[in-house]
Design a protein around this ligand. Structure first.
Ligand SMILES: Cc1cc2nc3c(=O)[nH]c(=O)nc-3n(C[C@H](O)[C@H](O)[C@H](O)COP(=O)(O)OP(=O)(O)OC[C@H]3O[C@@H](n4cnc5c(N)ncnc54)[C@H](O)[C@@H]3O)c2cc1C
Ligand SMILES: Cc1cc2nc3c(=O)[nH]c(=O)nc-3n(C[C@H](O)[C@H](O)[C@H](O)COP(=O)(O)O)c2cc1C
Length: 573
């Protein structure tokens, strides 16, 4: 927010007071104020200031910018669309899919829907109810709605932009009018999404609407560049400490990494994540260059290491490569393979442009912050599991996790990825239950540091799980200290490979079902972090079983109500 400069013709305390009002104001309030001041000047000054006159604005066109988000991208685009829409003379309202009923939707004239896809083609958690209601048989007609859909996704997933497609198709089926073709965005969505918003909003404006621009006093409160590092301009954080937490005989390779954020301007809250801009493995870049017949091109090698995604392989890339070279592959050939496999299998020489044309930009990876600034100051701790696996006979390594833990060990390129929907309760008396096996424990270490630092009186219960007690008990000593000091009231663990029968966090939850249901019914907030596919689904199913077993007539309805109450929050990946 650009504020009044020190040179403004006011006393210092007046500047401070005005800045305080401005920084907390909404766009509508500022527009009103601008109009008021212009009118005031016109009425009182013999020579009015040369400001836009505060004429009664022409009717502004209602527009609902509806977003469904998990990690904030759709919400950020909705905020961007709001700015553009205001400029164009709309009266835009940004609405979370979590906060709207279909009956309200049916009353709307113009809707811009921006939604991401998660899991395996699932909606963001807070958009689940909206999607369910939309797909239900009794969904109301949407005949008066004119709309367009911007879908966010990642081509590396089989169900690319599935939720955006589903919503678009269903709106149309229910009688709404699609005014522009859906945009489906891959991970590098910013430029194309903004261009689409700029092009689509003018179409959404009915042709017979008068131009309202002249009546809108436009004050551009663009976000200042001091907003902190971004994905495009990350901060180089020095790694001040690092410890391998899993034992040498562990099957996993998990590291605690401390990064200095001094001078970065990054002010995170527990629950937030850091975005990390990784570097590819130079040896893999060399293998790609060799397979494409392009060894020796130093500039291209740098681009392959620093800027381009040389691991993901999508069906579209296989098709693009086939168009270039005539390579034939069965549908699904890309699954479990990488670009290097395609180039080797195709055995065709490419030009540098052909190769870079095949590749998408290198996307950042996200890591939950495992600390609280109240405990560690201008630093962020990460818990990173190095990923290694073999597929199609080739040993593979995770790009960012191996870069962070093995290759670039002294620093990391980072930016903040806020997670406003995964926050500790505002009421420090509220009990919290945290379910965080594996690296899922990371944000809960931050939560516990925070609860300790603020002297929160609410009880804390952690469920942790991993493979072996001896090798994989991440942060074991800290957890035991917290138990001893009374910061942690309960700690239940499940080590899957310590006994013949596999045991997971959901089994520990089930063992404690009466107490767990009691905490929940007494108002506890429950958090789940970690593996999305196996763990989060099993934990969800176990929660329903627990509620059913402990007296709920409709466990799904009870858990839905807890979720709607903001007490069942998940950060799963
Ligand atoms: C909000 C959020 C928070 C996160 N927090 C953490 C955290 O605190 N700690 C942490 O360690 N991670 C965390 N992650 C995950 C992290 O972002 C990365 O996804 C992870 O480190 C892997 O990234 P990578 O670049 O090393 O692997 P990549 O190079 O991205 O490789 C991953 C890909 O490899 C393939 N793959 C993986 N295993 C196999 C296999 N066995 N067989 C075949 N293919 C396979 C899959 O296609 C997978 O998508 C978080 C993710 C999100 C979204
Ligand atoms: C764990 C995980 C699962 C995802 N699943 C899908 C998917 O099935 N299909 C897809 O197109 N994108 C998928 N994505 C990509 C997201 O849709 C993409 O990152 C999007 O920009 C997120 O937008 P949001 O921040 O508004 O939620 C997934 C991302 C993550 C981290």
């Amino acid at each position: 927010m650009p504020l009044l400069p020190k040179t403004a013709p006011f006393a210092d305390d007046q500047i401070a007071a005005l800045n305080s009002v401005m920084s907390a104001s909404t766009a509508d309030q500022r527009t009103w104020l601008a109009g008021f001041l212009a009118g005031f000047a016109a009425a009182n000054d013999p020579q009015p200031l040369n400001l836009p006159t505060a004429t009664a604005p022409a009717r502004r066109i209602p527009l609902t910018i509806l977003f469904g988000t998990e990690s904030g991208n759709a919400e950020a685009l909705a905020a961007q669309a709001r700015k553009v829409a205001t400029r164009l003379g709309f009266a835009p309202k940004v609405v979370d899919m979590a906060d709207i009923s279909l009956e309200q939707l049916a009353e709307m004239d113009n809707v811009l829907a921006i939604v991401s896809t998660w899991g395996e083609g699932d909606p963001p958690q807070r958009a689940i109810d909206f999607q369910d209601a939309l797909m239900a048989e009794g969904a109301p007609r949407l005949d008066r709605v004119r709309y367009a859909v911007l879908a966010l996704g990642d081509r590396a997933y089989a169900q690319f932009c599935a939720v955006g497609q589903r919503i678009d198709d269903r709106f149309s089926e229910l009688g709404a009018t699609r005014i522009a073709a859906r945009l489906e965005c891959d991970v590098d969505f910013e430029a194309s999404a903004n261009a689409w918003i700029d092009a689509t909003l003018p179409i959404l404006k009915p042709a017979d609407e008068p131009e309202a621009n002249h009546a809108v006093i436009h004050v551009d409160f663009a976000r200042p560049s001091t907003d902190g590092p971004t994905r495009a301009k990350p901060f180089t954080a020095e790694a001040t400490d690092r410890v391998r937490l899993t034992g040498s005989r562990s099957t996993s390779d998990t590291h605690h990494i401390e990064l200095s954020l001094e001078g970065s301007g990054i002010a995170y809250e527990p629950g937030d994540a850091l975005g990390v801009v990784p570097r590819n493995d130079p040896a893999l870049a060399d293998a790609v260059l060799t397979a494409a017949g392009l060894s020796g091109d130093a500039a291209l090698r740098t681009a392959l290491i620093e800027r381009l995604d040389i691991t993901t392989l999508t069906g579209k890339q296989v098709a693009d490569f086939a168009a270039l070279t005539g390579f034939a592959a069965d549908p699904g050939w890309e699954t479990g393979r990488q670009i290097v496999d395609l180039l080797e299998a195709g055995a065709s020489k490419l030009t540098a442009d052909q190769l870079t044309g095949l590749l998408r930009p290198l996307p950042p990876r996200y890591y939950s912050i495992a600390s609280s600034r109240k405990a560690v100051g201008e630093a962020a701790h990460l818990l990173v599991a190095g990923l290694r696996y073999t597929s199609f006979g080739r040993a593979r390594q995770g790009v960012a996790s191996i870069d962070l833990t093995q290759r670039t060990r002294d620093r990391a390129q980072v930016f903040l990825r806020p997670n406003p929907h995964f926050r500790l309760p505002t009421d420090p008396n509220r009990p919290v239950i945290m379910i965080g096996p594996g690296t899922g424990v990371a944000p809960f270490r931050g939560f516990l540091q925070e609860r300790e630092a603020v002297g929160a009186t609410g009880k804390n219960w952690l469920f942790f799980g991993h493979r072996n007690f001896t090798h994989d008990f991440l942060y074991q000593l800290e957890m035991q200290d917290w138990l001893k000091d009374g910061v942690l009231h309960r700690l239940d663990v499940a080590f899957s490979r310590d006994q013949p029968q596999k045991r997971y966090v959901q089994d520990a939850m089930w063992d404690q079902r009466a107490a767990l249901a009691g905490w929940l019914r007494d108002g506890a907030a429950l958090y789940v972090c970690g593996d999305m596919n196996a763990m989060a689904k099993d934990v969800h199913a176990t929660l329903m079983r627990i509620l059913g077993e402990t007296g709920s007539k409709d466990a799904k309805a009870e858990l839905d109500a807890i979720r709607r109450d903001g007490r069942y929050l998940r950060d799963v990946y």
